[in-house]
Design a protein around this ligand. Structure first.
Ligand code: FMN
Length: 363
């Protein structure tokens, strides 16, 4: 027996089950960064999850990690997302918008010629995919104190738009070495002002952005994604345990409702160094914990049996299986999506995966 498939309630919000769609960038917006009918269909197909979390949604053009990512940096982008939320709600689903700033992992071609921004001057090794093809990452500009305040205002404005678009809540993308995460880690943050140095200072931007989101949405509808021991983009912290213990204490102060925790290195491994027992964070956190990374059916059932998470988020398994919840419930085979369809393109590899019923009908 497992309660993975049972309705539950957290923060006054009822979920159909304890399975979430993990945020997945799919880069299929139009050139204006608007979502539309295609995204509405994609999310509605997956609306049987207890909670859907959208793809990372930039709060400013220079916060994009690539082209064709639907954003919330202008009011013109609200109506496209409204199609998405209406379609999800029509199927009884619940959907949070993941708000994002890619920081140094963006490119001047996405921000009208301005360099990418970061806590400190740094050039990410490797290449970014732009509208003109792959290009080397550029040297990031270290945000001034005034610009840090502007970043907070951008998140607040996007959170207001998310409300106008009919979302059920917002999630701050605080993971994977993007701007917010980069501020928290000593490897990417070399500042000597109020936003660098001590743990308290490095966590300050994350806390202040969350304060802004809580101000718009209330704590019950505010989530944050963290990856305490993640190494995305070859970045980490020398001592993540005290850093993330401090962060979770601040989440509790703010009464943040949901902590979406990537366990280990996203998509690669459930362990990483420097390591510590992530269950300490789960036990410390007073809200609902969403756990993610490389879960399968057995691991998810075990997580509920051992109460190591309240909700389990699946990423890649949801790409090829719009009815993942039903397939897991029946222990039915899963369709493995071709990674070449993860990013870009149209309906192919996005909205053309079949449910069990559709497979049976076409057999
Ligand atoms: C195509 C793709 C896009 C992703 N986009 C995002 C994203 O926008 N935001 C985010 O927080 N994580 C993103 N991730 C990470 C996933 O949410 C998740 O952490 C990862 O896939 C591991 O979970 P899984 O093993 O269930 O797939 C992405 C992963 C993939 C494969």
């Amino acid at each position: 027996m497992t309660d993975l498939f049972d309705p539950c309630e957290f923060n006054g919000i009822r979920l159909q089950n304890r399975i979430a769609l993990s945020p997945l960038t799919r880069t299929r917006s139009n050139d204006a960064g608007e979502a539309g009918d295609l995204q509405a269909l994609y999310y509605a197909q997956r609306a049987t999850a207890g909670l859907l979390i959208t793809e990372a949604t930039p709060v400013t053009p220079g916060g994009r990690g690539g082209p064709n990512i639907p954003g919330l940096w202008t009011d013109d982008q609200i109506s496209g997302w409204r199609k998405v939320t209406d379609a999800v709600h029509a199927r009884g689903g619940l959907i949070f918008s993941q708000l994002w700033h890619a920081g140094r992992l963006s490119h001047s071609s996405l921000s009208g010629g301005k360099p990418p921004v970061a806590p400190s001057v740094m050039t990410q090794p490797g290449q970014i995919f732009t509208a003109e093809g792959p290009k080397p990452y550029e040297e990031a500009h270290a945000l001034t104190l005034d610009e840090v305040q502007e970043i907070i205002a951008l998140f607040r404005a996007a959170a207001v738009r998310a409300k106008a678009a009919g979302f059920d809540g917002v999630e701050l993308h605080g993971a994977h070495s993007y701007l917010i995460d980069a501020f928290t880690r000593d490897m990417t943050n070399k500042r000597t002002d109020a936003y660098g140095g001590s743990i308290e200072n490095r966590a300050r931007l994350l806390v202040e952005v969350l304060q802004a989101l809580v101000g718009v949405w209330g704590p019950e509808r505010t989530a944050v994604r963290i990856a305490p021991i993640g190494h995305a983009y070859q970045a980490w912290d020398s001592n993540p345990e005290p850093l993330f213990t401090y962060i979770v204490e601040r989440l509790n102060d703010l009464k943040v409702g949901w902590m979406d925790m990537v366990e280990g290195d996203t998509g690669i491994s459930r362990t990483a160094e420097p390591s510590f027992d992530l269950q300490k964070l789960r036990r410390l956190f007073k809200g609902a914990t969403i756990a993610n990374n490389l879960y399968d059916r057995d691991l998810a059932i075990a997580a509920r049996a051992n109460d190591t998470a309240d909700i389990i988020a699946f990423g890649r398994p949801f790409i090829g299986n719009p009815d993942l919840v039903e397939r897991l419930r029946r222990n039915a085979p899963l369709t493995v999506a071709d990674p070449r369809g993860y990013y870009g393109g149209g309906p192919r590899g996005y909205t053309d995966f079949k449910t069990l019923e559709e497979e049976a009908a076409s057999a």
